[in-house]
Design a binder for this molecule. Structure first.
Ligand SMILES: Nc1nc2c(c(=O)[nH]1)N[C@H]1C(S)=C(S)[C@@H](COP(=O)(O)O)O[C@H]1N2
Ligand SMILES: [Mo]
Length: 209
């Protein structure tokens, strides 16, 4: 299990306490980690849990890992900041788990697949470009700062995509569905931006052309 350290944080400014250049426009750094989601916290049932990759896959088949099988996948870690569209930014998180690119290599998309819908418990979803998932900082995280995720933070697995607003990272994530055409996810259908780049402050759908 090769732990490669990938640093997705923006470069720091002058001094060690200087976070300039790391906080996207309109955001503010927050010291504690809030819990934020729509709906109830699902109860983890290990015997019923799996992680699926389906839709427009390269060979047309669906892949699934059960909970034990998922633990066998190569582990990685990513250091990254988390930006929520409600304006808090949580700096300096160390996420560990399985890189999304690792899973995509094991279950690749068809050549004409461009996007993915990432599905979580209770039907929460977020759409991404497959290229967003292929970034070396996009990770299916089991731990933050060395500690197992708590149920309210997404145990057993959450997606973290540091270069986009945090709603693009479903907690309690269960599947990746490859798409040959883009389709809006849960918040993208409810007024939030289809792409969600915090550095361009892409918060709301009315900002799209
Ligand atoms: N399944 C699910 N995942 C979700 C959400 C949600 O409502 N449901 N909210 C997203 C949003 S808007 C944010 S800011 C982060 C919050 O993660 P946290 O509660 O660990 O801070 O989870 C994201 N993932
Ligand atoms: Mo958020």
């Amino acid at each position: 299990m090769g732990l490669s350290g990938i640093d997705a944080r923006r470069p720091r400014g002058e001094g060690p306490a200087d976070d300039s250049g790391r906080i996207p426009p309109g955001q503010r750094a927050q010291a504690s980690w809030p819990v934020l989601h729509y709906g109830p916290v699902p109860r983890f049932k290990p015997e019923r849990w799996d992680f699926q990759v389906y839709g427009a896959t390269a060979d047309g088949s669906k892949r699934a890992w059960d909970y034990a099988g998922f633990q066998e996948l190569p582990a990685d870690r990513v250091e990254a900041d988390l930006h929520c569209v409600t304006k808090f930014t949580l700096l300096d998180n160390v996420w560990s788990g399985v890189l999304a690119s690792t899973l995509i290599e094991l279950a690749p998309p068809a050549p004409d697949a461009t996007h993915a819908m990432v599905w979580a418990e209770y039907g929460y979803s977020a759409n991404l470009r497959i290229d967003d998932l292929l970034r070396d900082t996009s990770i299916l995280a089991t731990h933050r700062n060395g500690e197992e995720l708590t149920p309210e933070h997404g145990f057993p697995l959450r997606l973290v995509v540091p270069h986009l607003y945090a709603w693009k990272g479903p907690k309690w994530v269960r599947a990746i569905e490859y798409l040959v055409a883009d389709r809006r996810g849960f918040w993208e259908e409810r007024g939030y931006h289809n792409v969600g780049d915090p550095w361009q402050e892409q918060r709301y759908s009315y900002q799209e052309d």
